[in-house]
Ligand binder design. Structure first.
Ligand code: NAD
Ligand code: WQD
Length: 341
């Protein structure tokens, strides 16, 4: 039997996609990556090639374009697909819900259609801890019910998971990875996150403030029922997120069943507060950070972190990097793109 090794990565020029392409190439997979480059840059693809010293096929293509997707599938014989391509801004999704449903749900529907047509069965899907909302119990495990989504973005992930659960009946075998809070960058500082405009996410805001691009970080709320009053999250190094996708492909290939939908939390299991993260950033980088306490941000969950037992056992995966390393790598990347020494 032919060795299963050619993986299609959608959204491969994006933050998590590009780090995953690195892990796949390092693990010996053949990769085809596609991206519209609408929310990413071609320089990241060059960064991946430079880190790995390996060539791979990159194509500018839109997952919503059925004909383009059919051409890519007919030109290649894929063994598995990792589907990162989506929009991810919670705020933007509240303003433009239809755009989010069209791209996030629509791209999955096109992908499933071509996967069926070309008999490609194995899919890794990028889900999010946002599907849980504020869980009743933390650490949260995969059996926790989905709460009504706070945003169209969150709803799009819930809908996609439901579609994939049902698609198992038609032979699509899915691992859905529910990422917690991916942060950091590749240790080489050759690839990392490229936020668009003013960052909503904490760590890019921290590094941009440290780099002098933003004048001050606001910590959103210190009156939550948490040890220091700020929110608790499960921050996970992006390279650890990436490596789990390689394990997920192996997991699917080891399964005999034709009908699979498995969801795994992808977090470290450690709850870290926003203020703890700020202090750790100052400690590991030695850079002073101008911050103030501000009001709560509407829609924020008070505390959420993963129970990673299932992913550790099922995918034989474990986070390798700690918070300090993750923040240091985020800072090295910020310095690199800003030309700071
Ligand atoms: P990103 O925006 O950096 O990457 C997504 C990439 O997909 C971008 O390069 C974009 O140009 C591309 N893209 C979007 N729509 C496309 C389409 N129709 N066809 C082809 N390419 C398209 O985002 P990311 O942080 O790498 O996130 C990857 C996935 O992980 C997304 O599905 C996101 O919802 C999910 N996720 C991200 C986080 C996070 O905090 N970063 C957390 C949980 C889940
Ligand atoms: C983390 C904490 C903020 C910015 C989001 C999405 C979620 C998932 C991950 C995709 C919160 C606080 C932030 C700032 C702050 N993405 N904060 N000052 O909200 O946990 O999750 O990204 O699936 O769906 O909602 O991440 O990085 O925005 O915030 O105090 O300037 O940092 O209040 O407590 P969040 P985040």
């Amino acid at each position: 039997m032919k060795k299963k090794n050619h993986v299609l990565v959608t959204g491969g020029a994006g933050y998590i996609g590009s780090h995953t392409v690195v892990e796949l190439l390092n693990a010996g997979y053949e990769v085809t990556a596609i991206d519209t480059l609408e929310r990413s840059e071609i320089a990241i693809i060059e960064g991946v090639k430079s880190i790995t010293g390996k060539a791979f096929n990159f194509q500018k293509a839109d997952c919503l374009d059925l004909a383009a997707m059919q051409k890519i599938f007919s030109d290649n014989q894929f063994d598995a697909v990792i589907h990162f391509a989506a929009y991810k801004s919670v705020n933007e999704s509240v303003e433009r819900p239809l755009l989010y449903y069209k791209n996030n749900v629509g791209s999955l529907m096109v992908l499933l259609e071509v996967m069926k047509q070309f008999q490609v069965h194995d899919l890794i899907f990028s889900s999010s801890c946002t599907v849980y909302g504020q869980p009743d119990q933390i650490p949260v495990d995969e059996s926790a019910p989905f709460k009504k989504a706070e945003s169209p973005y969150g709803a799009s992930k819930q809908i996609c998971e439901r579609i994939l659960e049902d698609a198992a009946t038609e032979g699509i075998r899915t691992v859905s990875l529910r990422y917690f809070n991916p942060i950091g960058a590749h240790p080489s500082a050759q690839i990392g996150e490229l936020p668009i405009g003013v960052p909503n996410n904490l760590v890019p805001y921290v590094t941009q403030t440290a780099a002098g691009i933003r004048s001050q970080l606001t910590v959103f709320g210190n009156d939550y029922t948490t040890p220091d009053g700020s929110c608790l999250r499960d921050f996970i190094h992006v390279c650890d997120v990436a490596s789990a996708h390689v394990n997920a492909i192996k997991f699917l290939q080891d399964q005999k069943s034709e009908k699979i939908f498995e969801a795994f939390n992808l977090g470290t299991g450690v709850g870290v507060s926003v203020l703890e993260l700020v202090k750790m950033f100052i400690q590991v980088t030695g850079v002073n950070l101008n911050y103030k306490i501000g009001p709560r941000r509407p829609g924020d969950v008070e505390k959420v972190y993963a129970d990673p037992k299932r992913v550790m056992e099922g995918l034989k995966w474990k986070a390798k990097y700690d918070l300090g390393q993750s923040l240091l790598h985020a800072w090295e990347w910020e310095k690199k793109i800003r030309g700071l020494s």
